[in-house]
Design a protein around this ligand. Structure first.
Ligand code: HEM
Length: 410
């Protein structure tokens, strides 16, 4: 059901809401900013300042095992490991030690050191697109493989120059299971692929024990932070979680950057002519096009009242990404895409203790994806929106292609 004029009765999975969440988000922000969504038994928070506040509220946790509707994955499964030992499940101290351990190469200076590697991967996938005509799927050929190969190289599971195709396919199949609220069938398929991925990573660990390289796996084998270290199972799961967290997000970020620019050709041409505009353009895409109606999930550790509404212990609280990034109190005329805006304080990478560990790497990848694309996207290229396909993964849809007419075709 879509929102009617006089009631705020809607379903988050209705096509109207998925296709254009912003009219609903504006109504919610004005009329009921802390809204109870009955069909999901959850709270939807839509004002920037409330989302900002709740991200750092110690009465809420990111640990989904604390949700009263939590369904425990089967014993021994990868998803059970992630729920019990992943970054969202750790106590404060272990969490910060583990972040330091796995995030050591993702600091601003760490990312500057690997920018050359990132650029090589981007150029590898950009090269075959130069001079192309007709319809090109820029998602399949360009933005999807890049983040998978980058994370593969950083972690060490694939090496530059080695064919990454098989690894990319495997990683993508595992990643499906990480989508919020996916069906059991998707989870099972993902779990099966994880078994293969896990063997791959274990073989890499064995090889690195023999001969260390300059990659995360070699580092993690001996690394110790304040007495905390990872065993082989931990390395496998952590590397796989990194793949999950750092690939789908950046792949859809890349395609979103390009399709948003293609839909705003005047601004695309300004970026093409002046590449120093790229960082602020990426920043604006992260604000303008990255937030759906839903968002980050949190769970109250106790019953408490927030803005006059009663949160129950374990009840899902969703911090709406689109709610925050299109809040007119913070971003004037939020529905306009404007590369001169250079928005500050965007919450697209979260906030607080779980702030995205890969944000620096993601920005670096997106900037290079846009830069290289400016050299192969012909003037006048158009996204064929009516040919875009989506895969339904439970609550949320996932775009699976991005056909672009490069012109000059038969
Ligand atoms: C455009 C791309 C990306 C977006 C929009 C994004 C978004 C986010 C958000 C919103 C969170 C916070 C989740 C929460 O608080 O519950 C997060 C956490 C995280 N992200 Fe990203 N991410 C991106 C790319 C990456 C990359 C490239 C990596 C690593 C290679 C990565 C690794 C992580 C990790 C490990 C966490 C968990 C941090 C923790 O719990 O302490 N992300 N990301």
């Amino acid at each position: 059901m879509s929102p009617s004029a006089d009631s705020l009765d809607f379903r988050l999975d209705s096509p109207d809401v998925k296709n254009d969440p912003y009219p609903l988000l504006h109504r919610l922000r004005e009329e009921d900013p802390v809204h109870y969504v009955e069909h999901m038994d959850c709270w939807l928070i839509t004002r920037y300042k409330d989302i900002y506040e709740l991200y750092t509220d110690p009465r809420l946790t990111a640990d989904r095992r604390k949700g009263y509707n939590y369904q425990q994955p089967p014993e021994g499964s990868f998803f059970r490991w992630v729920d019990d030992h992943g970054l969202m499940a750790l106590d404060k101290k272990t969490h910060s030690l583990q972040r330091r351990l796995i995030g050591s190469g993702l600091t601003p200076s760490g990312v500057r050191n690997i920018e050359g590697k990132v650029r090589d991967v981007v150029d590898h996938f950009a090269k075959p697109l130069h001079g192309r005509t007709g319809v090109v799927d820029i998602m399949k050929e360009y933005t999807t493989p890049i983040p998978i190969v980058v994370v593969g190289h950083i972690t060490g599971v694939t090496a530059p120059g080695v064919d990454d195709t098989q690894f990319s396919e495997l990683a993508q199949a595992v990643i499906r299971g990480f989508f919020g609220l996916v069906s059991q069938e998707v989870l099972l398929r993902s779990e099966k692929n994880y078994e293969q991925l896990s063997k791959w990573v274990k073989d890499t660990i064995a090889a690195r024990r023999e001969k260390p390289e300059n990659d995360l796996i070699s580092y993690l084998i001996d690394a110790n932070e304040g007495g905390f270290s990872l065993d082989d199972e931990g390395i496998v799961a952590q590397v796989s979680s990194m793949l999950a967290a750092g690939t789908e997000t950046t792949s859809s970020g890349g395609v979103t950057c390009l399709s948003t620019l293609l839909d705003h050709p005047d601004q695309l041409e300004r970026v093409r002519a002046d590449r120093s505009l790229i960082p602020q353009t990426v920043n604006e895409v992260l604000r303008y096009a990255f937030g759906g109606v839903g968002g980050t999930q949190r769970f109250p550790l106790e019953d408490f009242e927030y803005k006059g509404r009663k949160f129950k212990k374990g009840q899902l609280v969703m911090l709406s990404g689109g709610g925050a990034s299109h809040d007119p109190e913070v971003y004037e005329n939020p529905e306009a895409f404007d590369i001169d805006r250079n928005p500050q304080g965007i919450l697209t990478f979260g906030l607080g203790p779980h702030y995205c560990l890969g944000a620096n790497l993601a920005r670096c990848e997106l900037a290079n994806i846009v830069d290289a694309a400016m050299d192969f996207l012909p003037p006048g290229a158009k996204v064929l929106h009516d040919q875009i396909e989506v895969e339904e993964l439970g609550m949320f849809d996932r775009q699976t292609n991005c056909p672009v007419d490069f012109g000059g075709g038969a």
